[in-house]
Design a protein around this ligand. Structure first.
Ligand code: SF4
Ligand code: SF4
Length: 317
């Protein structure tokens, strides 16, 4: 019947890693989340493909493919295959928790800047609405949700009907999904395109480099390309980036120091990666010591620059 109900008790079970976050959200929580870029390869879909998730199966038709194409057109990047480029939090996977998850199992930033992506849970903004039941069917059986019983098949009296007949029935969920998609569109416009172009030659046009990203998989890299994309827009943007870099360097230092105390073998590659992030921040800091030539927004009207500054400062959220 493809209907699912949802009731979040705020148990924190799914808060087992840092979430994807917009650049302004990372700026806002710069002392809590280490930022990075996650580059994902989005599996290509064709008419007639069967998509299965735990007892649910859909054969994709022309309308499904048109909906996937529309999402790709507005939120993703084409380079042969389709790719996502998103900013997100980064931490040691061995901790298996989001840095905002408090000791009592609650979200410490629930009332002060909880990332929009957490409001969208358990939906996926990159999946067309009519196929979100497959997302819920998959998550219902995934380790992050098993035992929480927050996703249930069918219409329930003790939960909100989330999805039925290929539609998102819950108005709050529909609104959160729409806001997250608008946010992703804005991210693409403000820094995503510039990052995509800056990585085009060394990643997106290099079969050897791209082989590191399996279909459905991700590559994490430093967030510096996104910072450089916005820092050149104005003195204000540059200062936001410099403030962010200083906070991140201090946070990375603290994070590595704690990892060294834990003495876990599996933390070593992550420590190496964090040291790489720190090096990239130092290089960016040196580059930003003098103003970069204006780019991106300078050709637009002053209002577009002030809009971007307001966006990055979190003022238009
Ligand atoms: S696992 Fe389910 S109930 Fe627990 S916080 Fe996540 S969405 Fe809410
Ligand atoms: S920010 Fe809050 S709701 Fe989101 S994953 Fe972290 S603890 Fe969970």
């Amino acid at each position: 019947m493809n209907a699912f109900s949802f009731a979040c008790t705020g148990c924190g079970k799914c808060c087992n890693s840092p979430p994807t976050m917009s650049l302004p959200e990372l700026f806002c929580h710069r002392g809590r989340f280490i930022g990075c870029l996650a580059i994902g390869r989005v599996p290509r879909r064709r008419i007639g493909d069967r998509v299965r998730a735990w007892g649910h199966e859909t054969v994709l038709d022309a309308a499904d493919i048109a909906a996937f194409d529309s999402i790709a057109h507005t939120l993703l990047y084409r380079a042969g295959d389709t790719f996502s480029i998103m900013s997100q939090g980064y931490d040691y996977p061995s901790l298996a928790r989001c840095p905002a998850l408090a000791e009592d199992g609650r979200c410490a930033i629930h009332l002060s800047g909880k990332p929009l992506t957490c409001e969208v849970v358990p939906l996926d903004p990159l999946v067309p609405d009519q196929l979100q039941h497959l997302v819920l069917a998959g998550r219902n059986q995934s380790a992050s949700y098993i035992g929480a019983n927050c996703i249930q098949e069918g219409e329930r009296t003790d939960a909100t009907l989330m999805i039925a007949q290929g539609e998102i029935k819950d108005a709050n969920a529909r609104d959160a999904l729409a806001r997250r998609r608008r946010e992703l569109e804005r991210e693409r416009e403000v820094w995503g395109h510039a990052v995509f172009e800056s990585l085009r030659k060394d990643l997106f046009e290099s079969p050897a480099a791209l082989a590191r990203i399996a279909p459905g998989g991700f590559l994490t890299i430093s967030i510096v390309p996104a910072l450089l994309a916005v820092a050149g827009m104005s003195a204000h943007c540059r200062q936001l980036c410099l403030n962010y870099i200083d906070s991140q360097l201090a946070l990375i230092d603290r994070s590595i120091a704690q990892a060294l105390l834990r003495r876990r073998l599996e933390d070593r590659p992550v420590t190496q990666e964090l040291r790489g992030f720190a090096q990239a921040y130092y290089r960016a800091k040196a580059l930003l010591a003098t103003p970069l030539p204006a780019m991106g927004a300078e050709s637009g009207p002053p209002s577009s620059l002030s809009n971007i500054e307001a966006y990055l400062s979190g003022a238009d959220h």
